[in-house]
Structures are given as structure tokens and as C-alpha cells.
Design a protein around this ligand. Sequence first.
Ligand code: C2E
Ligand code: SIN
Ligand code: SIN
Ligand code: FE
Ligand code: FE
Length: 389
Amino acid sequence: MIASKKRPSRAKLLEKISHLEKLGSISATLNSTMDLNQLIKLIIDTAANLLVCETVSILLYDEESSSLYFTESSKSDVAKLAQTRVPLQNSLAGIIFIENKPLILDNVAEDPRHFSLAAKNVNFQTRSLVGVPMRIRDKVTGVVEALNKIHGSFTQDDLEILTIIASQAAVAIQNAKLVQDLQDAYNTTLEGWSSALDLRDKETNGHAGRVAEMTVELARRMGNNEERLVIFRQGALLHDIGKMGIPDHILNKPGLLTESEMDIMRQHPGYAFELLSPITFLRPALDIPYCHHEKWDGSGYPRGLKGEEIPLAARIFAIVDVWDALTSERPYRGSWPKERARAYIQEQAGIHFDPELVKTFIQMPDLLSNQSTQPGSAINDGNPRISLE
Ligand code: C2E
Ligand code: SIN
Ligand code: SIN
Ligand code: FE
Ligand code: FE
């Protein structure tokens, strides 16, 4: 008795299409969060649900070893699978890849072309398979396979759905990989620079990290989206990178700077501009390093920008930077207690700082919780209090 392969009803197909649209929008969200592993997991889970099968694998092509490697799988020991390279020759995935054509099979185990080692390593028995190539334009980048249909065999509809998923997956994975590569390159560059600066500017230990966190928090409270927050964070981490161009005897001077030394110090935003502007992927992050010493009333440097001429990121950052500078020790003065720094920031609303931003800033919880607000300690810390004013 042969069960006829019933085509799913139109309603069912429509339902599936709506699932696919969901996948599209979810992967767009994931792209913006830039997490490759999460993205792959989501693609796999969605595909396994839609095709009603035991597991889905995404294999990506590795040029160095001319083989395919497993990413996350919906039902397997990923660590073990990841060690298994699938050769292009003598494997079903390899055939799909090389021939750039889909494949539907019922009796995988009996197929001499099957590469059984991968499944064996995770105690998986492959029965049926539908696999499609992943392509970016004309280039095949990997293979998506659905394994072991729960009831019956994989159908032509399954293949069509998997094809759509594979095309979305290919683009999403490529984007996430590009972003990850950029992120890696950025982090390597940034870490090198930060540690180079840390070695010289010993007093600002942890300053960049702290101001980055606070800048993101204040920017978030002002309603900036995640994409902008990432850029603001990069800018904040790099804000004083231009100090690399300032000589040691000025940067680490234990006393107040003379006017001519201050003139040299005021060049650090310009140095940052020269250093960062040739680097394409850091360009959006330039506002903070270049403009963080501009003042709302136009009396800042390097360009004397005024009010909203100053980029928002730099206006946000300026408040945070001064806050952190004042509440930290410097070679030329001790740290201010938080309440004094808070009063100073408020005083400077409309002078140094954007008054709207100050309103939001002074409500941030970091400013209220304070180890140095224990009675007495703030007043009697023995540090000289020299104002730059
Ligand atoms: P920084 O120490 O990170 O300070 C950043 C900004 O915080 C300063 O920008 C200023 O707006 C504010 N700020 C810091 N300390 C004080 C303070 O004691 N009183 C007041 N009212 N504001 C303060 P600014 O003034 O443009 O200085 C830029 C950088 O120049 C400083 O970065 C620091 O590295 C250096 N610098 C400024 N003044 C002196 C100084 O008297 N001696 C030394 N050795 N370095 C100085
Ligand atoms: C797999 O188990 O996913 C790969 C099997 C094959 O390509 O032959
Ligand atoms: C820049 O010039 O790239 C940053 C400052 C500005 O937007 O004017
Ligand atoms: Fe600075
Ligand atoms: Fe700073």
C-alpha cells in the first residue's frame, strides 16, 4: 500500500509563507545585533519547525581546507560536529555544493556517496535528507541540509521552503561575518591604541571604559537606537586617542599647565581627527574624539562650535567626560566628591553643556550611589582641590 504524497493545502502554504516572513524580520533584527551564532541558531530552528524534521545543519565552505564545516546544529553536540570536516568529494553535502544543485533523498544510509562519519560522531542515524546550496550572487558559500523528515519523505514544497531559507541565510550569515570581521579588526586596533595610551597616561586608568558605559547609558536615555549606541561607544573609547601626540612632560605634568602647554594640549582633538579619519570603519565614530572639548556657548576647542553645531554624540560625551575627570584623581589635583561634581555639571548647563542633556544626566543612578558620600570622607580626603577655572 503506497501512501499518496498529498500536497499541503493553500492555507497551509500561506501559513508557511507567513513563517518565512517572520524569519526575514527576525534575521533583520539579528543582523543589527551582529551575533552570528544566534542568527544561525534561529535559522536552523525555524527551518526544522517548518520542514517538520529532526535536525537541520548549516555547512559553510572553508577555502583553506577546501572542505565544509558545520556551524550550530539544532540537535547535536556542536563541539564534536565542529571537529568534523566534510570533504567535498565523497559526501552528499559536497555534491550539493560542487554541482550547485538541490538534492532530495530517502535512503541516505544506503547511498554510497554519503559521508557517514559526521553523523556517527554524534550518534545520529541519517535516514532522509533534503539539501540546497547557499549562494551569494553566483558564488556558492555553503549548504543547508534538513535531515530525517518526521513523517514520510521530504517533498518538493520542503525543498522550495529550504531554498528560500538558504537564500536568506546566505545573506544574513555573510553580513554577520563581515560585521564580525570588522569588529575583530576594530578591537585589535583599538586595544593596541588604548594600551599604548594607557602606558603613558597612567592616571586615567579605566577612564575610557567608564565613560563609554556612561555615554551609552545617557545616549540610550535620550532615545538613540542601538546602531548609534555602538558608534557612540566606539567614539567614547577612542575619545582621547589624540593624546598620543602630546609629549610626556605635558601629559603627565604633576601640576597645572601653563597657557602655552595648554595650547599644545588643545591639539589632541585635531590629532585624533588626523589619526582616525583615514580609517573608513571608524569614521562614524569620529564626532566624539574630534568634538568632545567643544562647549555649548562656543568657547571650546578646536573649532569653537556652538550649541547644536556640536554633534550630539560629542555633547553627550562632554558631560560624561568632565564628570569622570572631576571624580577621578589627576596628577595635578585630587578627585572631587560626587555631589560637588554634580553641582558643577548643573552649574555649567547652558555654558559648557547642552542644558537638555544635563537634565537627563543628573537623573542617572550612577551619580547618586556613591562610596565617597559616607559622612566626612568626601570632605576630608586630604586631596588638594585645584579648579581649572
Ligand atoms: P582630562 O583630565 O580628561 O579632563 C577633561 C575635561 O574635564 C577638561 O578639559 C575640563 O573640561 C574638565 N576638567 C578636568 N579637571 C578639571 C578641574 O579640575 N576643574 C574643572 N573646572 N574642570 C576640569 P580641558 O580643560 O580642555 O583639559 C583637557 C585635558 O588637558 C585634560 O583631560 C588633561 O589631560 C589636560 N589638563 C588640563 N588641565 C591640566 C593641568 O592643569 N595640568 C595637567 N597636567 N593636565 C591638564
Ligand atoms: C551530514 O551528515 O550532514 C553530511 C552527510 C553527507 O554530506 O554525506
Ligand atoms: C567631523 O567633522 O567629522 C566631526 C565634527 C562635525 O560633525 O562637525
Ligand atoms: Fe580630551
Ligand atoms: Fe577624557
